[in-house]
Each structure stands twice: as C-alpha cells, then as structure tokens.
Design a protein around this ligand. Structure first.
Ligand SMILES: C[S@@+](CC[C@H](N)C(=O)[O-])C[C@H]1O[C@@H](n2cnc3c(N)ncnc32)[C@H](O)[C@@H]1O
Length: 275
C-alpha cells in the first residue's frame, strides 16, 4: 500500500474501489470494458499469452466480465474463470456469458485477489487488467497469481503507469479507485513480477489507450450535459456521482497525463525450474 493510504485500512480501500466500479454513471462512461484499450487490448493480451482451446484462464478482478467473455469467444478457451469482489458486477458478467451462449465455458465467483480461492497450479494463464494498482497489497496479489498458475503458465497484466511522483492532491482515496494513486512505474510492475517469482518478463507501452479513454469519456459527459438541458428528470440522483464530479475527475486525469500517466502491458512466465 502507498504511504498516503497507511491510515486507511485495506478493507476500506477495497470497498471504495468496488463501489466506484458498481456506480452506474462510472459503468456508463467506461462502457463494456473498465480498462483503457478496451477489447482490442484484451485480444492482444490473449495473443501474447498464447491462449487456445485448451487454456484454463483466470481473470483477476474481472469487473463486469467483458474481458473473460472476449477471451472465451475469440480463443475458444476450455474455461475462463472471472473473480471480483463486486456481486453486482459478477451478476452482470454472468448475464453477459449467458447472452453470448458461453455459460459452459465461463464461471464467475466472488474472491479477493489477495486470497484467491483456487488450489495451487490450477491455471494455464492469469490476467489482471487495470486492477493490480487498486489492490492494497500488490505483492500478495502477485504471489497469489503465481501460486494458482501451473508451471510454465503465463501472467498478463495491463495497468496504469506513473512516470513521475504525483502531486499530493491526487492522493485521496477516489484517485486510488480511479487507478492513479496506487499506480507504479513500468519498472515498478516489472520488479514486482520478478520479485513474485516470474521469469521472462516483457513490457509494452500502450499510453495511447489512456488518451482514447479520456476522449471517449469527455464526449459522453458532453452528451450528458445536453440531455440534462432538455430533460427535467433528476438523472444525477439515481447515479450518486454527478457529471460535475466525473468531469472534475477527468480533468485531473488530463492534468496528469502530460508525461506522467501511461498504460502498460506486462507478461511473465512461471518458470519450470523454480517450484
Ligand atoms: C478498473 S476495474 C477493472 C475491471 C476489469 N478487469 C476490466 O478491465 O473490465 C477494477 C475492478 O477491481 C475489482 N477489485 C478491487 N479490489 C479487488 C480485490 N481485492 N479482489 C478482487 N477484485 C477487486 C473491482 O470490483 C473492479 O471490478
């Protein structure tokens, strides 16, 4: 956990993050995928991990299940299991799997990334998109991913990267949920994977994905403002987060973006020699 959150207990951070992604306005603004790069980056990650019809895949912090469904569909994986803390998003994920006719291949269940409810050496691949940086104990989460992977299995992480020290004003818990204050540098993710036991670590820069996400959210907020002008119903009350709050969060992202905030993809292998 970052120093700034030492006074906030781990359970509060997890609860805040879970609630943030359960919020209907956040879900509407982010769309199907709660991560920069969307389906395209998930498919690229699947290619990098060499997924195929034999693969048993775990999606850690799967959100509303978009990545798990995409991977099961594209690579015809034997099984994709998605875990998350949010019952609300897990229910949406199950619904998606059912609508796609993939309920046989997809399983969603509540589990904490820091105590994954699976036996050692269960999966061929583990993915975690835009969530590692939100976990209070990243090291434990990485060691859990290592534990549940079979020897020779692959891990694939995509996450927000931070190049410079972020200003104090970004240390509030909302910025932790929004993947800023807990984010690491690209070297930081590599180090944590290496120290977690992974070999053959590679990284790719996907910084453009942050820019795309900001532009999309900006457009949706603009549309929202137009709707508000012509609609007298109190849309905000039903969402809990006002468009002003969302806009201010977005502008803070833009402020940081210049040379500081990026998005990276990191892969590693659980080497056969280590045990
Ligand atoms: C930014 S969203 C990413 C969701 C998904 N990976 C995607 O790309 O669409 C972060 C997710 O992490 C989940 N989460 C936060 N802390 C968690 C934890 N300790 N264990 C499991 N899931 C967690 C939240 O509920 C949320 O769904």
């Amino acid at each position: 956990m970052s120093d700034e959150h030492k006074n906030v207990d781990a359970e509060t951070i997890k609860r805040c993050c879970t609630k943030f992604y359960e919020n209907d306005l956040v879900a509407m603004l982010l769309g199907e995928n709660f991560h920069p790069g969307g389906e395209k980056l998930t498919l690229h990650l699947g290619e990098k991990l060499g997924l195929n019809e034999q693969s048993l895949v775990l999606d850690v912090a799967c959100g509303a299940g978009a990545s798990a469904v995409t991977l099961a569909k594209r690579f015809d994986c034997r099984v994709v299991v998605g875990i998350d803390l949010s019952e609300k998003n897990l229910a949406k994920a199950k619904e998606k799997a059912f609508s796609a006719g993939l309920s046989q291949q997809l399983t969603f269940m509540r589990s904490d990334a820091e105590t994954i409810k699976f036996d050692d050496e269960t999966f061929d691949a583990v993915i975690c998109e835009c969530a590692l940086c939100t976990f209070p104990d990243i090291k434990t989460a990485v060691s859990e991913m290592y534990r549940v992977l079979k020897k020779g299995g692959n891990v694939g992480i995509t996450d927000v990267t931070i190049a410079n020290e972020i200003p104090q004003s970004f240390k509030a818990i909302i910025f932790h949920a929004a993947c800023i204050s807990g984010a690491l540098s690209a070297e930081g993710y590599q180090k944590i994977l290496r120290e977690g036991g992974f070999d053959d670590i590679h990284d790719e820069d996907h910084g453009y994905a942050i820019q795309e996400l900001i532009e999309n959210v900006d457009k949706l907020l603009y549309g929202w403002e137009i709707i508000r002008k012509f609609c007298d119903c109190d849309l905000e009350r039903s969402f809990g987060i006002t468009p002003e709050m969302a806009k201010s969060l977005l502008h803070r992202f833009e402020e940081l973006k210049k040379g500081t905030i990026g998005y990276g993809l990191f892969t590693g292998i659980k080497g056969v020699k280590r045990g």
